[in-house]
Design a protein around this ligand. Structure first.
Ligand SMILES: NC(=O)c1ccc[n+]([C@@H]2O[C@H](COP(=O)([O-])OP(=O)(O)OC[C@H]3O[C@@H](n4cnc5c(N)ncnc54)[C@H](OP(=O)(O)O)[C@@H]3O)[C@@H](O)[C@H]2O)c1
Length: 237
């Protein structure tokens, strides 16, 4: 169950859930590489976490992903945590085809991460992708996010059989307080508190609480093809 000296790569690892996972894996003794697109996030994260190797990559650039994975050598645990898409939150009938398709860029990004990463995986490696509660509990307006999450979870179940004995799992967060919600500006903390009141546990989640599930998915050698829900009971709400 140890991550000591394991090579862990987190794509989308400069912020929020991915960064919390990278930090937790490094604290558990892993060698950690974390990557995303923007130099600003990379520099900020690198300044705070000098023992993690940060670099620039886009999930929609398979050559860039392959170059990163080749520089790691062999990968013991590969995490896909990038948002990787422009989402339109609107009812199905109010969305254009292009808007609906664009949400699936997260899914296509994950397929690039997996396809590019598999040749570098060690024999007992794991892949863990991040889906989300809307996959199985969709509120009005969240349909493109929901369908994308369903696709990610379907991918995980199918890959778990095809890639065995390498393990493939997903973690599905509920509403988690990450920079994904920074667009609320100075209303962010009040908005998150209001959203949290609607959850059975009375609050939104922390990125570290989701990272703990990602670490479990890496470390438990008999878990594959599953989705771990870390959502404060949102699926019950
Ligand atoms: N927070 C929630 O409530 C919640 C709920 C359900 C599911 N999720 C899912 O959890 C995952 C992590 O979200 P988060 O809340 O941690 O968001 P976040 O804090 O905004 O972090 C997203 C990360 O993805 C990177 N990224 C985005 N597009 C990328 C691309 N094309 N290629 C490479 N990296 C990319 C970002 O860095 P750059 O911008 O530098 O690329 C950043 O490091 C996402 O898949 C999200 O959909 C989150």
């Amino acid at each position: 169950m140890s991550l000591h000296e394991k090579n862990v790569v987190v794509i989308g690892g400069t912020s929020g859930i991915g960064l919390a996972t990278a930090v937790m894996a490094q604290a558990a003794g892993a060698n950690v590489w974390a990557a995303s697109r923007t130099q600003e996030k990379i520099s900020q994260a690198a300044a705070l976490h000098p023992l993690i190797q940060f670099s620039q990559v886009d999930t929609h650039d398979p050559d860039g992903l392959k170059a990163l994975f080749a520089s790691v050598g062999h990968i013991d645990h590969l995490v896909g945590a990038a948002t990787g898409a422009t989402r339109t939150t609107a009812p199905f009938m109010d969305q254009t085809d292009d808007q609906f398709r664009a949400a699936f860029d997260k899914f296509w990004g994950y397929t690039h991460v997996v396809r590019s990463g598999v040749p570098f995986l060690s024999e007992n490696a794991s892949i863990t992708l991040v889906s989300g509660t809307p996959a199985r509990r969709c509120n009005p307006g969240m349909i493109s996010v929901s369908c994308t999450g369903c696709a990610v979870e379907g991918l995980v179940r199918a890959l778990a059989k095809e890639l065995a004995p390498r393990r493939v799992n997903a973690v599905a967060p509920g509403i988690i307080d990450t920079p994904m919600f920074d667009h609320f500006g100075d209303k962010k903390s009040a908005t998150m508190a209001a959203i949290g009141k609607g959850m059975p546990l009375g609050r939104v989640g922390l990125p570290e609480e989701v990272a703990e599930a990602l670490i479990l998915a890496m470390a438990n050698h008999y878990m594959t093809g599953v989705v771990i829900d870390i959502d404060g009971g949102a699926l019950l709400a």
